[in-house]
Design a protein around this ligand. Structure first.
Ligand code: GLN
Length: 189
């Protein structure tokens, strides 16, 4: 198995380290030609979604990524990655990758509570560490979206078929179970 990690900006190295610890091969997507390599899944890291979106467009990566996700390529988006995958972001009316039927609020915890750590339940896994950094949350999902985790009354992880998102950063803690969940999604496909 080989996982592509979008490496334009943000916490991509941490995702690769997590995959490496699980014995999974990965490579970085930095330009259009990288996308033509064989991959079994894609990780879109946290960082700054506006910067990542600009680079995805400039590098002509947005459309091919969007098409392959629509065709069923497994994808895991964390934080900014979640924002890029969401079909609707509150107050921002422009297209991103926009393949997942979720409605999202960016920087949802405001300045004071912008970054925090908690632990809460994740479906099938149990309690997991959750590190939030100027995070979004999911206000709601269409009925075919499975809610995988909530904390403080907000949805923070969800799945729609081949698409998995978390508004927190599982790559920043030592717990590999959410990455393992993504790998299991791929092997079950
Ligand atoms: N606030 C960032 C954004 O809107 C996301 C933060 C993160 O990925 N840690 O893109």
């Amino acid at each position: 198995m080989r996982i592509a990690v979008l490496a334009l900006q943000g916490a991509f190295a941490e995702h690769r380290k997590m995959l490496c610890n699980l014995g999974i091969d990965s490579f970085e997507i930095r330009q259009r030609s990288d996308w033509d390599e064989h991959k079994d899944g894609l990780i879109i890291p946290g960082g700054e979604s506006t910067t990542q979106l600009k680079l995805l467009k400039d590098l002509e990566l947005l459309k091919p990524i969007q098409e392959d996700i629509r065709k069923g390529l497994p994808v895991f988006g964390t934080c900014a990655g979640l924002i890029l995958l969401a079909k609707d972001v509150e107050g921002e009316d422009f297209e991103r990758i926009s393949t997942m039927d979720i409605h999202v609020k960016r920087n949802a915890y405001g300045r004071q509570m912008g970054s925090f750590y908690t632990e809460d339940n994740f479906q099938e896994i149990g309690k997991v560490p959750m590190t939030f950094i100027r995070a979004p949350y999911i206000m709601r999902g269409e009925p075919h979206v499975d809610i995988l985790a909530e904390t403080g009354g907000h949805i923070v992880a969800a799945q729609q078929g081949n698409q998995l998102v978390t508004s927190f950063h599982p790559e920043l803690n030592d717990d590999p179970r959410i990455h393992q969940y993504f790998i299991n999604m791929i092997t079950k496909q």
